[in-house]
Design a protein around this ligand. Structure first.
Ligand code: NAD
Ligand code: ZN
Length: 390
């Protein structure tokens, strides 16, 4: 089959690789019909995530048709259309039973690698380094889905791929980010980052009762989407002092809830903290560039919540923990507990509360993935979300 393979910083290639096979009775094989490139893939493309190996198959936002099932698969049949979540969960461990699916104890065969950095290991992820299991990803013609009965969500007939594909990651991720804010009536929610995760966080904040959303980015078409589709007020961080502006827009108090939908590769112009982060990263002294997290903690109103869907990997520097403490902030974060959100959000799509396809700006053939990574990374050609079609 054809698959998008990682070959180091800024290098992906479409190669012919062996088809996946059933390895475990709980596996299913799906033939991919649509698959997307995620902001998280850019962290791999930019060389920020350790334990990648040359030739690793990328991708964690896939959907397709079941073509083969293992002996223990009970719920899926050949021919079913399914969306596959980016996290792999067993459904039986303490964490899955507690609805904390991305913390599954049984799906990372390389748990020891993550334990070295994190103490204990999160769940295995598709196409996301050996530290999270070394699973082949879904930017390919076929995908092996472990614990397929637990994860893969069956899609009712008549719903096009474009409408349901983002149940694989970015819609639940934006939704959980908003849910983690514990939004109260009258709340103002500030969202840093108007990429796909930010766009869904904006929509979800309103679905969950926010009065007003303020969205922050510097890419004009992303800000426009946040305004037109998301009904957010927007701020361009190239033009404004974000802290001053947020304080001014909230009567001196600061936003009630702040969402960091940017993560480890924040841009910060020439600000002092950004220069320091870059210098440290370049000599391998620091791994993350948490400019947005700092700004969110700094801006959030006293007693408010900072929700962090943006991915961080290592040891963060100069986090204003004193501000977080003395302002009594609540911080919530993590990889999305996908399995908890997929069915309820599918229901919302069916009830026409939201149509996630608004996010798609580009449709490319799988073979064109290398160009896709380039335009998505550099925000060229108005690119906000790319769907690849094998
Ligand atoms: P993306 O790269 O398309 O979007 C990031 C946006 O942040 C860009 O539009 C960029 O211009 C903007 N940005 C950069 N610096 C900024 C700053 N200082 N202030 C405001 N905006 C700034 O990525 P995405 O697909 O939307 O993903 C966003 C983040 O969410 C990534 O870190 C990704 O890894 C993470 N993510 C997390 C989960 C999870 O389970 N928690 C799942 C999916 C994605
Ligand atoms: Zn993703």
């Amino acid at each position: 089959m054809k698959a998008v393979c990682w070959y180091g910083k800024n290098t992906v290639e479409v190669e012919t690789v062996p088809d996946p096979a059933i390895l475990n009775p709980h596996d299913a094989i799906i033939k991919i019909t649509s698959t997307a490139i995620c902001g998280s893939d850019l962290h791999l493309y930019d060389g920020y995530i350790p334990t990648m190996q040359k030739g690793d198959i990328l991708g964690h936002e896939p959907m397709g048709q079941v073509v083969e099932v293992g002996k223990e698969i009970k719920k899926l049949n050949k021919g079913d259309r399914v969306v596959v979540p980016f996290t792999i969960s067993c459904g039986r461990c303490f964490f899955c039973q507690n609805d904390q699916w991305s913390l599954c104890d049984n799906t990372n065969p390389n748990a020891w690698m993550a334990e070295k950095i994190y103490g204990t290991s999160p769940a295995g992820l598709f196409g996301y380094s050996h530290m999270t299991g070394g699973y082949a990803g879904g930017q390919a013609e076929y995908l092996r889905v472990p614990f397929a009965d637990v994860g893969a969500l069956k899609i009712p007939d008549g719903m096009p791929d474009d409408q349901v594909l983002f149940l694989s990651d970015v819609f639940p991720t934006g939704y959980m980010a908003a849910e983690n804010c514990d939004i109260q009536a009258g709340d103002t929610v500030a969202v840093w980052g108007c990429g796909p995760v930010g766009q869904f966080a904006i929509k979800s904040a309103y679905l969950l009762g926010a009065e007003r959303v303020i969205a922050i980015d510097r890419v004009p078409e992303r800000l426009r989407m946040a305004q037109e589709h998301g009904k957010a007020d927007t701020l361009n961080f190239n033009d404004e002092d974000i802290f001053d502006k947020l304080i001014e827009m909230t009567g001196g108090r600061g936003p009630d809830r702040c969402i960091d939908a940017v993560g480890t590769e924040a841009h910060a112009g020439g600000s002092f903290d950004a220069v320091l982060d870059k210098a440290k990263a370049s000599v391998l002294l620091g791994t993350d560039r948490p400019h947005v997290l700092r700004q969110a903690i700094h801006s959030c109103r006293k007693g408010g919540t900072v929700s962090i869907p943006g991915v961080y990997g290592g040891f963060l520097d100069k986090i204003p923990f004193g501000a977080a403490f003395n302002k009594g902030l609540t911080l919530k974060m993590g990889q999305t507990h996908m399995h908890k959100y997929m069915q309820p959000l599918l229901d919302r799509i069916q009830k026409h509360e939201i149509d996630p396809s608004f996010i798609i700006t580009h449709r490319l053939r799988l073979e064109d993935a290398p160009r896709g990574y380039e335009i998505f990374k550099h925000k060229q050609d108005g690119c906000i979300k790319i769907v690849l079609k094998p």
